[in-house]
Ligand binder design. Structure first.
Ligand SMILES: NC(=O)c1ccc[n+]([C@@H]2O[C@H](COP(=O)([O-])OP(=O)(O)OC[C@H]3O[C@@H](n4cnc5c(N)ncnc54)[C@H](OP(=O)(O)O)[C@@H]3O)[C@@H](O)[C@H]2O)c1
Length: 258
């Protein structure tokens, strides 16, 4: 277990990670950076390499909300900083329309700095049936690309076709073709589970908060298996954050379609 003490939103360590992520030379001293083991693997070796990370915040008993949908906040302030840092390292943040309906998230970076000159990542909503509510905050025109995957897209946004059967690999391929190869699948549970089941995640960050909810939706649901030899067994590193959250950084060695 690693304890990460440098968890202020913007520090020299975070600036060093950002510089590496945006093409600057990585100095030998990066190995001294306590954030590097977490964020270094998310930085592609070349500009065009695809990197796909999923994230999930959950309780000790694996819940992401109460039965009535109340979810603020399962994780603490440091975990929110971490989420915003993940957004800062990718080209696109993907959510399912269920999250937009439930939480009306902005999906912008506000708790961490962006690399100089870098715009907010594209916001991508998978919405096969046109359920995005009017005025959804993630569609605010702030200069970031806003992409809706589905039959129709609100004015001012880009529209992408949903691949047959909502194939996550097809979604990632289409995003890469639009210049968005680094992707954060931010949620919710249904969307994240589809990408995980399809073998499309390079990494999954599960942030477990020190809280037991006892009922309500769980985070990951995959097709049923009979025996544990068929369970996913990623390489896992753990990090303790201030406030009691534990980050499980799950690395998947092979990704389908890559
Ligand atoms: N704890 C966390 O880290 C976290 C993060 C984000 C959200 N959340 C929570 O998650 C909950 C929402 O999650 P959710 O599972 O209900 O919804 P969701 O995953 O946000 O959205 C699911 C919907 O998106 C569409 N969709 C997504 N991927 C698709 C694909 N590959 N192909 C076809 N359709 C696709 C479908 O829309 P249609 O139903 O219209 O077909 C699907 O029902 C909220 O309570 C939110 O608070 C938690």
């Amino acid at each position: 277990m690693h304890t990460i003490v440098d968890w202020e939103p913007n520090t020299s360590q975070w600036s060093q990670v950002l510089a590496a992520a945006h093409g600057c030379v990585v100095s030998d001293r990066i190995s001294d950076n306590a954030l590097w083991p977490i964020y270094g693997p998310l930085i592609p070796k070349s500009g065009h390499q695809a990197v796909v990370i999923g994230q999930l915040g959950q309780s000790l008993d694996g819940r992401i909300a109460t039965p009535s949908g109340h979810s603020h906040y399962i994780n603490g302030a440091a975990a929110l900083v971490h989420l915003h840092r993940l957004r800062a390292l990718v080209d696109a943040v993907v959510v399912g329309v269920g999250t937009v309906v439930a939480d009306n998230p902005q999906l912008t970076i506000r708790r961490a700095s962006l690399a100089p000159g870098k715009t907010q990542p594209a916001r991508v909503i998978i919405d096969p049936h046109g359920r995005i509510p009017p005025g959804a905050r993630c569609l605010t025109d702030d200069g970031a690309r806003r992409i809706v995957i589905g039959a129709k897209a609100p004015a001012g946004t880009e529209r992408m076709d949903l691949p047959p059967e909502g194939d996550p690999a097809g979604i990632l391929k289409a995003l890469a073709e639009r210049g968005l190869p680094r992707v954060l699948v931010e949620g919710g549970a249904n969307t994240l589970s589809r990408f995980l089941a399809a073998g499309c995640l390079d990494r999954l960050h599960i942030m477990t908060g020190p809280i037991i909810i006892g009922s309500g939706p769980t985070g990951v649901t995959l097709p049923a298996i009979d025996t544990l030899d068929k369970a996913l067994r990623p390489d896992v590193s753990t990090y303790a954050l201030p406030g009691g959250d534990i980050l499980f950084d799950c690395a998947f060695s092979k990704r389908s379609g890559s």
